[in-house]
Design a protein around this ligand. Sequence first.
Ligand SMILES: [Zn+2]
Length: 105
Amino acid sequence: MNDEWVVAYYAKDPIEAELLKGLLESQSIEAQVSSNGMIGGVGELPADAIETSIKVMAEDYNQARQVLESYEKDDSREIFCPDCGETNFTNFELCWSCGKALASA
Ligand SMILES: [Zn+2]
C-alpha cells in the first residue's frame, strides 16, 4: 500500500488550506484538504474547533514539508510603510495608503 495519505500541515482556516494546496500542487505534489467541521452535528462547534488539515501522499511527505516550511518562514511578504505604518506587500513600490515610497532594505 503506497497510497497512504498523511497530514502534512494544519491550516489556520480553509482559505489558507486551499492556498497551500495550490502551492503544493504547483510543486507537483498531490494534496487534499480535509476538515473535520463537515461531519454531522455541525452548528454547535465553535469556529476554532474546526480543524483543517492538508494531507499528502506518504511518499511526498518530506518534499511537502519542505514546501510548507519555506512558506511558514516567508513572512517577508508583507512590509510596513515607514510613514503611516500600513501593511503593504513587498511587491508594492509605493504605499497604497499614503503614496510614499516604501523603503526597500
Ligand atoms: Zn503609508
